[in-house]
Write a new protein. Structure first.
Length: 368
């Protein structure tokens, strides 16, 4: 990497991406933040890649921000992406790749304000009503259905459900305490404790009878139960057709993992929503029709209509957390909801943390 005054923006971007790939990791895996950084810097590279880095100023950053607006990004995501670009050049200043005053110039670009820009405002994340959840459950595997029930009761994050292991659950008290090995705010030095009341314990108990460090909710178990259910519903006699397990590929392109990720969890729910709340017939996938044939058959206007239908009739696991928070706030107040959901700031003292945990235990003894 050159260190003279003619260094280009593309060189700074590539150097920072290499740094970010090593830095933004958790448990040995690259985090989503790295993907967001790549997406933001891609626009910088497209518009100003060949520009001398020291000449990338506030007007250039505003032009990059306008491209994000034109691409349909939401206002909040644009503001975060602009912050990621600033961090890139702050790192460049730290490593003496650009002038020290460059970062201060980029800081002069303020964030987009609500109602005062052309940027799209995202729809608020609203609670999902229990009737909609109940209508979706029959079309899910038993494992995913139990994940939903557990999250709805405890109000934990989707990643907390996916990461749950027997060794992380303290069952010594009347209310169990789940302390995730990894969680969203751990980089702030904050601990996360999720109380599990009697209802949550009844859901979780069968999944604790396994290796202590294996994940409770596993796609392998889910796939096994799905195959067992198909075998029970089999109409063809066993001495005809394929025998159980005989028609599996030796090297499948995709196989069930040992744990759910937040994305897999969300996609499983979306697939169930598509079955529980099917789109109008012209938009639906026909029996025996492949996905490619289905997509080719639909016109552009039908695709837009289908996406809108799915957006209106699908729900995601984060909405379960909002449902739990809304219910707890209604019964016990705003502070109680903040405690259960783990929304307290990172600078809370140990005295307040102890008080919060006791309050959370009392709440979950009654509601969960």
């Amino acid at each position: 990497l050159r260190t003279d005054t003619d260094i280009r923006v593309v060189e700074v971007v590539n150097a920072y991406r290499k740094f970010a790939y090593r830095y933004y990791r958790k448990n040995g895996e690259v985090t989503r933040e790295y993907g967001c950084i790549k997406e933001a810097l891609k626009i910088v590279r497209e518009l100003y890649g060949r520009t001398i880095a020291n000449e990338f100023g506030p007007l250039a950053l505003k032009a990059v921000r306008q491209r994000m607006v034109d691409n349909g990004w939401s206002r909040g995501y644009i503001n975060k992406s602009v912050g990621r670009i600033r961090r890139c050049f702050k790192w460049a200043v730290e490593n003496e790749l650009v002038r020290p005053d460059m970062y201060h110039g980029l800081m002069a670009v303020f964030g987009l304000r609500k109602g005062r820009s052309e940027a799209r405002e995202p729809d608020p994340v609203l609670p999902v009503d229990d009737a909609t959840v109940q209508a979706t459950l029959p079309y899910l595997t038993p494992v995913v259905a139990d994940m939903i029930r557990f999250q709805r009761i405890t109000g934990c994050r989707p990643q907390d459900v996916c990461n749950l292991r027997p060794c992380d659950v303290d069952m010594s008290g009347e209310v169990w305490l789940y302390r995730p090995d990894t969680h969203k705010t751990e980089h702030h030095g904050r601990e996360r404790t999720i109380p599990i009341g009697p209802k949550g314990q009844d859901i979780l108990r069968p999944y604790l009878l396994r290796e202590k460090e294996s994940h409770c909710f596993s796609p392998v178990d889910s796939e096994k139960k799905r195959r067992d259910q198909k075998h029970e519903n089999r109409m063809t006699p066993l001495h005809y057709g394929n025998k159980p397990g005989s028609n599996r590929k030796k090297k499948p392109k995709r196989s069930a993992g040992e744990k759910y990720t937040s994305d897999r969890y969300r996609r499983a729910i979306h697939r169930a929503c598509d079955v529980a709340f099917p789109a109008p017939k012209p938009l639906c996938r026909r029996e025996g029709e492949s996905i490619k044939q289905w997509q080719k058959r639909l016109t552009e206007s039908q695709r837009v209509e289908l996406r809108q239908w799915q957006s209106d009739h699908r729900w995601s696991p984060n909405r379960l957390r909002h449902s739990a928070g809304t219910e707890i706030r209604k019964k016990f107040g705003l502070e109680a909801a903040q405690v259960i959901l783990g929304h307290a700031s990172a600078d809370v003292t140990q005295v307040y943390a102890e008080r919060d945990l006791q309050k959370a235990v009392e709440i979950m003894r009654e509601v969960g």
